[in-house]
Design a protein around this ligand. Sequence first.
Ligand SMILES: C[S@@+](CC[C@H](N)C(=O)[O-])C[C@H]1O[C@@H](n2cnc3c(N)ncnc32)[C@H](O)[C@@H]1O
Length: 226
Amino acid sequence: MSSSGDQRDYAGLRLDRTGQAEAFDALGDRYHEAFPHKAGQVAATEWLIASLPAGSRVLDLGCGTGLPTARQLTRAGMEVVGVDLSAGMVALARAQVPGARFHCADIADLRPGGAHDLGRFDAVVAFFSLLMLPRAEIPLALRTVRHLLRPGGLFALSMVEADVDDFTIPFIGRTIRVSGYLRDDLREVVQAAGFGIVEESSYMYAPATADVQPEEQIFLRCRRSD
Ligand SMILES: C[S@@+](CC[C@H](N)C(=O)[O-])C[C@H]1O[C@@H](n2cnc3c(N)ncnc32)[C@H](O)[C@@H]1O
């Protein structure tokens, strides 16, 4: 898909972010109280680190507080850029991971010809951030990730397995809207966006707070197919 094609696809969409950044602004570090177990995320990041030379450029898309991922990557000697829609998350990430660079921006702004040009990356991680988009945008966001990667670049993605589109859920005293796919559909969407799936893992996860439902987390380790 050409970059002008991506622009046209976005032009037909109304990007509704109402309440999404505000929910995370209000959360601060309480996000980690609800989601304290990060084994899948840490292992997926470890795969990237083991696969890349030190000094590689890595983008953390929807980086949240910068923990654990931006810090893990920075400590491994990567050049890390984090992007998040929530100014509160970006402020925390800057304080907690001073060795990385953070931008308050929307994933949609990184598309070809969009408002932010961050250059190309050797790898991208998107842990539980693309699920904050409506389904109509997820393939576009995946194509943006592909565009941001050098040929053969690596991509670590996590999503929650759920057959929902822009679905309102309670989330630590607020509500947010989330989307997801059943596992086979997720694989298809990722492959159709131009990625090969190298490896997959999943975790049954019970968040540590009553107003967040138990969930099945899926981690895909991918490579940009050229
Ligand atoms: C569930 S949290 C995950 C944070 C982090 N990746 C982690 O795993 O700890 C989702 C993050 O995506 C961010 N986010 C939501 N919509 C976004 C968008 N359109 N563009 C960029 N970031 C977004 C939220 O502000 C939030 O920090």
